[in-house]
Write a protein that binds this ligand. Sequence first.
Ligand code: IPD
Ligand code: CA
Ligand code: CA
Length: 286
Amino acid sequence: MSALNDKEKTPYVVSSKSYAAVAINCAAKAGEWIKSKQGTVQQLNTKTSAQDLVTEVDKGAEQMIRRLILTHFPDHAILGEEGVEPGPEASAKALETALEEDYVWIIDPVDGTTNYVHGFPFYSVSIALAYQGEIILGVIYDPSRDELFIAEKGKGAYVHGNPTRVSGEAVLSDSLVATGFPIDAASNLPQNMEALQAIVPKVRNVRAGGSAALHLAYVAAGRLSAYWEIGLNAWDVAAGVLLIEESGGRVTDTNGSPYSLKVRNIAATNGAIHEELLQVLADSAG
Ligand code: IPD
Ligand code: CA
Ligand code: CA
């Protein structure tokens, strides 16, 4: 075999670029494209329920991000929402398969598709990178405000280059708290309504903005004191979890167990009000 033939067989990989630089590039590029397409959606389809929307923009953005990641890191695994069949079982299986690789990129190309379709400017691109199951990088980009949130494990979290810090409320009664209404309404809605009924009188107020990723970024940036939601997937939260941890906050399952990529019921706070929030959620469960 000649040396030339050996060379031809070696796949070409562009010279190394940091994970963070690639994630920022992906989020910014996809975000700009998504924004440019706002109001032009042609294919509005549903997935698990009439509320669970997907458009050609979700799919196109994920494709764009996948291609860019694979250009730099062809041997990394990618777990993207649009590459997984709907429903919790398929999601768990896809996560398990992806985690067979050391490096897994976890992508939600449009978090907040309902808002996007309605022209409500609160949606985001969420990209995380996990190494051996641990999130080491998270980027959330809000194209409507041109805000890019980034966290790297052990290096802090930033928006526009400024460090983010969780808010200082010490009690729930001083807190602004967000939640979301699960897409699997049939099984999750009663639990959610009980929790909501218990929380509302105990906090300053509640918001439900419609993008899990942005809610988490807002907890990291101290704009919300806490956020909880049940029935989420890894792509909704992975990037946001790291943002909060690197901003001094705390994320667990709603029952208080530590966060892992498999956790679907999320409680994310500034840390100070975490136990109080968990207690109200626990007491509300009938
Ligand atoms: C949804 C959003 C929403 C949350 C849902 C998510 P999608 O993601 O994050 O805020 O309440 O549970 O599924 O479908 O717009 O990517
Ligand atoms: Ca999502
Ligand atoms: Ca999505």
